[in-house]
Unconditional design. Structure first.
Length: 439
């Protein structure tokens, strides 16, 4: 354990060299960890904007304050900044009391020792581990160890499509394979409109997309011993396929290479883009003035040459996505922090918040609400149950997102600039990323 933790700390420290200026941690103006009646909470940006999340969460935090007398100081952190902020906080020790983390970061952050382990005693304090879906708990830390966080929102990727843009292009149904998506995309991508949206500068989103494509090419990016295999034929093919949607197929707008803050969802809502691959987009579309009947949702496509039906093996079409809620080990208000986690994972809050965000509750009882049988959420539930795979639960997973995500970002920039994206250039970018993992 100590060896793994030390190795992870070294890896995180090297990542932090470039991001230490991001800071992180509690301020000293009333939201500090020193006060037993105050908690600081970093929430991830789940809704259409930071302000929308504040509007959604603030009334719930007021409920918690009324119930417990504990005031929660909220900061909603953009996805593009969240991992860097957390990594900086693990090094400085100046983190919040409670925070949201992407479930893919669980093992990396667990290895630093910065987060409270959720052993049986701590789970019992929030109602018991068996309240949660097993697969959601499994994504909260390395196998064989107490989870480093508690599941909060469960997610999977789906293909969202604009019904009017499809009808205008003479397309009657969403694509089930990538060849179909490209063929449909070329019918749509003209006259200032584009087929597919992307967030080319969002490192985590890049990883999520290429990981699922990697599974379809028989690649995992790590071997069974946790060693990076970024340059395998399958990994190279997956990254090239994703970037080729812009570079070769011309169905993603070049400007998407710079997107990192949900701009692709805004383009979709404005009728500029016909499709997006996203985890839960309903609340964003509603905030942008779209009606539920304006868009449809389907499983993410799988490779051609298959039956076109998602499933296991090379028909995996999503990573197991989700948000976990964690407690910093150095909090001075451990009891209050656990009370807050209990509140946020209560049946009532799970139902309300997951309804609002269009995600799936990881709490079993909350899933019984009829809202989670709606057609769009059903696609997410079915994907999680039948065709999603977890990202590698290895200690340097966060560095994987940083290095490979940055490589994909650079390749998108090349594509946007009209530079050729070849198998050789993709392999060179991934070779550099793999070398950075060992520095």
């Amino acid at each position: 354990m100590r060896k793994v933790r030390a190795a992870a700390a070294i890896a995180l420290a090297s990542t932090l060299t470039a991001v230490a200026g991001c800071g992180g941690g509690s301020s000293s103006d009333g939201g500090s960890n020193e006060s037993p009646k105050t908690l600081t909470y970093w929430a991830s940006n789940q809704g259409p904007s930071i302000e929308a999340d504040k509007k959604i969460l603030t009334p719930e935090l007021k409920k918690f304050e009324k119930e417990t007398g504990i005031k929660v100081k909220l900061e909603v952190v953009p996805w593009a900044d969240l991992l860097n902020r957390i990594l900086a906080a693990t090094t400085s020790g100046q983190g919040p009391d409670v925070l949201n983390i992407g479930n893919t970061w669980s093992a990396s952050l667990q290895a630093t020792g910065a987060l409270l382990p959720w052993d049986q005693k701590n789970f019992d304090a929030i109602g018991g581990r068996d309240r949660f879906v097993d697969s959601a708990v499994a994504s909260a830390g390395a196998e064989g160890q107490d989870p480093s966080a508690v599941p909060l929102y469960s997610l999977a990727y789906a293909l969202y499509y604009n019904k009017k843009m499809f009808a205008d292009a003479g397309i009657s149904q969403p694509p089930a394979t990538w060849d179909q998506l490209i063929a449909d995309g070329k019918k749509i991508s003209k006259d200032g409109k584009w087929a597919l949206g992307a967030e080319g500068s969002n490192l985590s989103n890049n990883i999520h997309q290429v990981f699922a494509l990697g599974k379809q090419h028989g690649a995992d990016f790590f071997d069974k011993d946790g060693k990076a295999t970024f340059t395998s034929d399958g990994a190279v093919a997956a990254v090239k396929q994703y970037v080729d949607f812009m570079a070769k197929d011309k169905i993603i707008a070049p400007g998407n290479a710079e997107y990192a803050q949900n701009q692709s969802l805004q383009d979709f809502a404005k009728g500029k883009t016909a499709m997006v691959l996203w985890q839960a987009a309903a609340s964003t579309f509603a905030s942008q003035g779209m009606k539920p009947e304006d868009w449809g949702v389907a499983p993410v496509p799988v490779a051609s040459g298959t039956p076109g039906t998602p499933g296991t093996g090379q028909n995996i079409n999503s990573m197991v996505a989700g948000i976990n809620i964690a407690v910093f080990n150095n909090t001075k208000n451990i009891d209050g922090a656990k009370k807050f986690v209990k509140f946020m994972t209560s049946d009532a809050e799970q139902t309300l918040l997951n309804k609002t965000y269009g995600s799936v509750p990881p709490v079993k009882a909350a899933q019984q609400d009829p809202a989670f049988s709606a057609s769009d959420v059903k696609v997410l539930r079915d994907t999680l149950a039948t065709s999603a795979a977890p990202l590698p639960q290895v200690a340097n997973e966060s560095q994987f997102e940083t290095t490979v995500g940055t490589a994909v970002k650079g390749l998108f920039a090349d594509a946007a600039a009209g530079k050729p994206v070849t198998t050789e250039s993709v392999k060179a970018a991934l070779t550099k990323a793999q070398q950075q993992m060992t520095q």
